[in-house]
Design a protein around this ligand. Sequence first.
Ligand code: AMP
Length: 193
Amino acid sequence: MLNIVLFGPPGAGKGTQSERLIEKYNLVHLSTGDIFRANIKMESELGVLAKSYMDQGLLVPDSVTIEMLRSEVSKKQEALGFIFDGFPRTNAQAAALDEVLLTFKTSITMMAALEVEEEELKRRLLNRATTSGRADDGDISIIENRISVYNKETAPVKMFYQNQKLIFHHHQRYFYSEHFLQKYSPHLLSYFI
Ligand code: AMP
């Protein structure tokens, strides 16, 4: 299986990168943000809970998020691989993801860390708000909260993958480390815009 974690701050372009990879490699796309938003729309219990955190730009608690992810992965027994978009966002989630994948006798193939400057993130999110209709994209104080939560709670997760030599850094332009060129085909990496 090809299992990719798309990692980066809000507005880094995780969704956009996902689209090309999914199409090319026929992967199952799991965006925890999208799943929460679908639950909010359905007014499910999970949606009501998630909304109270999302509206403030805070992370939904690990216990809830991990359980949801576990259930989504187990529905896709036939998948050729997964793109995890917006998950994991904490070290506990990263460890739980490894455990879940182990039950499929597989593991993370690579983690692509999308790096974008903060001012550019804010500009992109405010711009996206005009079409996404997302309340958390249109309010600068919520955006700043999301970025600060990313820096404090999520950015450290890079070390989890760094320690396993699974990170591929993508800084707006291509940057292929030697390690990645040896380990993965340039063909796979070329699908990152
Ligand atoms: P996103 O669509 O990835 O920008 O996520 C939108 C919001 O959903 C985030 O600001 C969080 O409130 C919540 N969320 C999404 N994924 C996670 C996660 N892995 N852990 C906790 N909260 C999450």
